[in-house]
Write a new protein. Sequence first.
Length: 255
Amino acid sequence: MVARSAPHRLVAVSYLNTKPLLYGLLRSPISDTLAMDLAIPSECARQLVEGEADIALVPVAVLPELPYYEIISDYCIGADGAVATVCVYGDVPLEEMTHVYLDHHSRTSVMLTRLLLEEYWQHEVTFLDAEDGYIDHINGSIGGLVIGDRTIGLDKRFQYVYDLGAAWKDHTGLPFVFAAWVTTKKLPKSFIADFNAALKEGLDHLPQLQLLLPSPSPDFDLTDYFTHHIDYILDQGKRRGMDRFLDYVAAALVV
Ligand SMILES: C=C(O[C@@H]1C=C(C(=O)O)C=C[C@H]1O)C(=O)O
């Protein structure tokens, strides 16, 4: 009998924006070599850092903490301008906010909020740690960063909405990478090629995927979100945006 090698342990973000990539992996024979799991971004990061996963879609802010890593894909969770699902919300304009909750699901956008408040909005606030239910405590002069599917509908609930993808683009002229596919292992080139081909397949079949997905809200246009807000291609521009952002993260680690 031929011994089958142990599957690669893969963890990916549990939000809607990852479904096209997962759809591609699940349509591909490569899925037979993967033990797949889903988690919120901060948990994906923890699993990769602590060696519980071999391949993960991780918030890029965690990369400086990894002793060895390789970005194994030409696809990512990125944006070139407004992303729609990473925003600071509040009852008052940003310049009147005294406190800002930082979403505990996030690693990247937490740092992006700090960077933009410091460099772009140039407004000092006290940051608050979030926990489940914190969105109900965003009120008065207390704003909050919220990421992912929980943002859907919040634009109706809060008068002020600041899209961090749009603010980053305005500040730097660059696109942004929220999460990338990373491994901490040495993986065969053929596996990486198959992995990328599978992700591309998913992105090439968005209409089919949308037959499977429930609409998150009547006012939320999934096609628009997948094609005009999330930008999945990890190209040179996104790499430049990521380098610029990671310089800030690395400097913050030293302080
Ligand atoms: C654009 C998004 O990016 C997410 C934001 C992340 C972060 O802030 O750490 C991590 C993964 C991404 O899925 C989103 O999910 O809304």
